[in-house]
Design a protein around this ligand. Structure first.
Ligand code: FEO
Length: 400
């Protein structure tokens, strides 16, 4: 590990695992950490692809030095993405390797100046432009908004290695194995989806554009900035990202409820029973007050059915539910079928506001919508059960 890990002749993974940060972007919990993948190519010229967060810069420099030896410098740094989880070490590298040419998109040049005050020795490349290192040639593809406007991908022509930036990445440290054939993929896939849905999902149309743009390339290895390197089944991660960015979902239901004193939870349990009585196995039930929103968004991206229920609070939606709805709108969730229920005391508001969310986002609605006063009547609880049954009918998901 100290010397990096070879991924091809003269191409090394030199990334770092972050096991210290609790919240990625100060928002998203990462209980299993995250890797910042960086790659060093040793050819007649040397080139680094992306760097790592400044958190681990000393260890990172030691790794680079051990591969470069005492005499070699870094000739080029290709920046696919400027978010500081990847560009954080750029200022230090620039001080240590002052002659290093930084290669990136036009927007990257502007971001380098505004983030780090770096203006000299920056080479702007255009879509399709190539750079020869000697034996190896790199080609750059502009893939804006995957995940920031400056993002590009770097394709190594000889071995078909696509350095893809955030695209095809995921949360979770690399735990010894760095390749898809060295790890249990099922262990990684939940965290890859949580990463996709919370970080990249909003930019799904741009992911689609990038996938189409790269369709003609002979990609043998996908080396993203986070998560495993895909050398055995690159088509698998492309297919996952393709499906998710087309909002394709599995036939299951996520039931998210909030409840202050238990009345809405009774309704939620009745809906869940209805789902089960109609034969659905894929039910994921979450208390919106106690589950971090990133896990809710992950499940909502996975399943086609969504049932939302909460009490009215201050004549509107229960605040934790409101936060979820706002984030789902921001993330531009699409192609979901939604059921709604809620309870109120003297004035309603929550169910009406949730109905507004469904309409504003062009989502489908399953009836009955159940809005009760305080605890609701036995007939109204039975309606919740009916809502569950009708959701399964609408999804055509019996037995799933
Ligand atoms: Fe991993 Fe958008 O940075």
């Amino acid at each position: 590990m100290r010397h990096g890990i070879p991924i091809a002749d003269g191409v090394y993974w030199v990334g770092m695992n972050d096991r210290k940060t609790n919240l990625f972007e100060s928002i998203w919990p990462i209980p299993r950490g995250v890797s910042y993948n960086s790659y060093l190519l040793l050819d007649e010229k040397t080139l680094l692809v992306d760097t790592v967060k400044d958190l681990s810069v000393n260890e990172y420099l030691a790794r680079l030095k051990s591969l470069l030896g005492p005499d070699r410098q870094i000739d080029y740094l290709a920046i696919n993405h400027m978010e500081p989880d990847h560009s954080g070490s750029v200022p230090v590298l620039r001080r240590i390797f002052p002659a290093m040419t930084i290669v990136g998109s036009k927007k990257t040049a502007g971001f380098l100046k505004d983030l780090y005050g770096i203006e000299d020795n920056v080479q702007v490349v255009n879509d399709g432009e190539e750079l020869s290192l000697g034996r190896r040639t790199l080609r750059f593809y502009m893939t804006p908004m995957v995940h920031w406007p400056e993002t590009m991908m770097t394709y190594e022509v000889t071995d078909g290695i696509l350095f893809s930036g955030d695209a095809f990445g995921g949360f979770g440290c690399l735990e010894g194995g760095i390749f898809d054939d060295q790890v249990q993929l099922e262990y990684f896939e939940d965290e890859i989806l949580r990463y996709f849905s919370n970080i990249v999902g909003k930019y799904s149309p741009m992911v689609q554009k990038a996938i189409q743009r790269l369709g003609s390339l002979n990609v043998k290895v996908i080396a993203a900035t986070h998560g495993p390197i895909w050398r055995s089944r690159p088509e698998h991660i492309i297919s996952l990202y393709d499906r998710w960015s087309r909002y394709e979902a599995e036939p299951g239901v996520v039931l998210v409820f909030g409840s202050m004193y238990g009345n809405t939870q009774i309704m939620a349990e009745a809906v869940a029973r209805g789902l089960s009585d109609a034969g659905l196995k894929s039910v994921r039930m979450h208390n919106v007050s106690t589950t971090h929103v990133s896990y809710l968004i992950q499940d909502i991206w996975r399943y086609r059915g969504l049932v939302l229920g909460c009490p009215t609070y201050d004549a509107s939606v229960f605040p934790p539910m409101d936060a979820l709805l706002r984030l789902l709108s921001t993330k531009r969730i699409a192609k979901r079928i939604v059921g709604l229920f809620g309870s109120h005391g003297w004035a309603g508001g929550a169910v009406q506001a949730m109905a507004g969310f469904v309409k504003d986002n062009g989502l489908g609605l399953v009836e009955p919508t159940v809005d009760v006063r305080f605890a609701g009547t036995p007939e109204q609880i039975e309606q919740c059960h009916e809502l569950g049954r009708r959701m399964v009918e609408r999804l055509g998901a019996k037995g799933e």
